[in-house]
Design a binder for this molecule. Structure first.
Ligand code: ZN
Length: 169
């Protein structure tokens, strides 16, 4: 095991044991809940969007170590960012996780993403790492069009969005 593998593992464990931005927001712009039935991961994101900027994000859920760490790292990286920047980071992370054989270049300010690159060795766990990000993508899409909504979705076997349900209130 190389030094960077060790560092990456430490970062993941740190985020797993001390997840950032945990909790709920009382009246969020959008509340979105994602489920990964294969692992049993559940994540609920509360997102506040103001002037196309993610003012605040809180995570509530239960999941495996990879899912929890990925959500924590994500919340750190997207809080205070514009929706556009956050969307780019989502795309970058997804291409890093889903591209086979090619190293995806990660800018320095997003280097925490690289910790999760080792998860690619375990294809079943890729979905665990992607769940918070797919959930965020769904939330941001909804925040633009239907603020004040609740969204629920489940992932299917191809890392794509499965069922999406939008309820009022
Ligand atoms: Zn999982």
């Amino acid at each position: 095991m190389s030094l960077s593998d060790d560092l990456y593992r430490e970062t993941i464990l740190d985020h797993y044991h001390h997840p950032r931005n945990q909790g709920v927001i009382e009246h969020p712009t959008v509340k979105v809940e994602g489920v990964n039935p294969l692992c049993g991961d559940e994540v609920t994101l509360y997102i506040n969007v103001n002037n196309k900027t993610i003012d605040d994000v809180k995570i509530h859920g239960k999941g495996c170590s990879i899912n929890t760490a990925s959500g924590s790292i994500m919340s750190d990286l997207i809080k205070g960012k514009s929706v556009e920047e956050a969307s780019k980071t989502i795309e970058l992370f997804k291409s890093m996780m889903l591209t086979k054989g090619v190293e995806v270049e990660i800018p320095e300010e997003l280097e925490d993403l690289e910790c999760l690159q080792g998860v690619k060795k375990y294809p079943v766990r890729i979905k665990c790492a992607l769940l918070p990000w797919n959930t965020l993508a769904e939330g941001l899409k909804t925040a633009e069009t239907k603020a004040g909504q609740f969204v629920h979705f489940e992932t299917n076997g191809d890392h794509e969005l499965g069922r999406v349900v939008v309820n009022g209130g």
